[in-house]
Design a protein around this ligand. Structure first.
Ligand code: PLP
Length: 419
């Protein structure tokens, strides 16, 4: 499942001691296992091999250039949502013909740059956006390729902040709007509509919601066919859940088995946009215990990583396993007690774990926050004027600093003092 494991009670990433990395690069520190990233990518690729889909890694989940390069070098395309992510894709020399671009708020300059680059297509999210894409393409005298992102109005049974396929959410267009778009295609000059896109949410552990959404979308494809409208692509988005705690998410094989029959029937070229599934369990956040604090109500383990480094617990109440780098702590301690692992940020919502049975740690002990590879560093901020952490990529018995810790000058570099 992933390449973080204990050897003689010391946590290793592949063949490298995580404590050694913490000593060398300090904490907080993101550590990624390259082997795990590739293993997950290949799992999904193999599971869907009957259809030879284009797998576009979702850059937002982890946009580190070395992670992107690793995947691109193994044939992956990229799913992007901003001009910044397009720049990252180009930095790793991703093939523009394997880049798809979603987002409800693409700006004119972003659209122009993506058209000039020749990306595979935009996933359009509103009628107005399609109008703007048409306008920009006409001005550039170029053709813009698009897929219509359908909002199939399906409950994904995940956290409401990462539910994206119900009509309560801002994403995609409903079937009626899509119908109107297809029937009025000729009004959108310099635009070619190539297919449909859906992405109903993230951390979805069962195939049921995907199937329900696909049934609706495929029904619509049939309807279009009857109207003489043929498509080339069907992009089924990302969203596959992973194990953070004791979830039993569908495996890539189970997911493929569930959806392959319906996908095959469409006869369309298929795109997947996994993010979390590929990188979620391929990364950890290493942090150091600063203080222990007992109040009459709770025990707090105060660590040097906070919600600015990993916001998922604060934002989604997400669960991340906490593992000491030296597991003898867990095994030998007689003083296990329910504890909150909290950061140094001035917010009561700043926590990495709540109500965990943990031993009494010594100040300086190192902990791993597991499953931090997706939406970890990519959602990190400088809140409380904290420097964003360094990132290390492990490859077998070698390791590479793939992003340095920000320095204090980075925090103020773009500011100008006006008294
Ligand atoms: N595609 C789109 C359009 C998304 O918005 C997202 C994430 O929000 C993804 C793919 C990746 O989702 P996940 O990381 O759950 O696979």
């Amino acid at each position: 499942m992933h390449d973080f494991h204990y050897v003689d009670n010391r946590l290793f990433c592949e063949d490298v001691s995580v404590a050694q990395l913490a000593k060398k690069f300090s904490t907080p520190l993101y550590v990624y296992s390259r082997r795990t990233v590739l293993d997950h990518y290949l799992k999904i690729k193999r599971a869907f091999s009957a259809l030879k889909p284009l797998i576009c890694f979702s850059v937002k989940s982890n946009s580190n250039l070395s992670i992107l390069k690793t995947l691109v070098a193994h044939g992956a395309g990229l799913d992007i949502v901003s001009g910044g992510e397009l720049r990252r894709a180009l930095r790793v020399k991703a093939d523009p013909k394997k880049i798809v671009y979603a987002s409800v708020g693409k700006t004119r300059p972003e659209i122009e740059e993506a058209i000039r680059c020749g990306i595979l297509f935009f996933n359009i999210e509103s009628l107005q956006e399609l109008g703007v894409i048409s306008e920009v393409a006409t001005r550039l005298k170029k053709e813009a390729r698009v897929c219509i992102r359908i909002n199939p109005d399906i409950e994904a049974y995940t956290h409401r902040y990462i539910t994206t396929g119900t009509l309560e959410s801002k994403f995609g267009v409903d079937f009626q709007t899509a119908r109107i778009i297809f029937l009025n295609q000729e009004n959108f000059k310099c635009v070619r509509i190539l297919g449909l896109h859906m992405h109903i949410g993230s951390q979805i552990t069962q195939s049921g919601p995907f199937l329900s959404a696909l049934k609706k979308v495929c029904g619509f494809i049939d309807e279009l066919k009857k109207m003489g409208i043929g498509l080339q692509w069907l992009n089924i988005g990302g969203g596959l859940g992973i194990i953070y705690r004791q979830e039993q998410p569908q495996t890539a094989d189970e997911y493929a088995r569930a959806v392959l029959p319906i996908l095959k029937k469409t006869g369309l070229k298929i795109i997947l946009e996994p993010g979390r599934f590929i990188v979620g369990n391929a990364g950890i956040l290493v942090t150091q215990v600063l203080y222990n604090k007992d109040t009459r109500a709770r025990r707090f383990v105060i660590v040097d990583a906070g919600m600015n480094d990993l916001v998922r617990p604060s934002l989604y109440d997400a669960y991340h396993e906490i593992c000491p780098l030296d597991n003898r702590r867990m095994l030998s301690s007689g003083s296990m007690k329910l504890s909150d692992v909290v950061g140094p940020i001035c917010e009561s919502g700043d926590f990495l774990a709540k109500d965990r049975l943990l031993p009494l740690f010594d100040n300086g002990d190192l902990l791993a926050v597991m499953g931090a590879g997706a939406y970890g560093f990519s959602m990190a901020s400088n809140y409380n004027s904290r420097r964003r952490p360094a990132e290390v990529l492990v490859k077998g018995n070698r390791y590479y600093l793939v992003r340095s810790r920000e320095d204090f000058d980075d925090l103020t570099r773009l500011e100008r003092i006006v008294g």
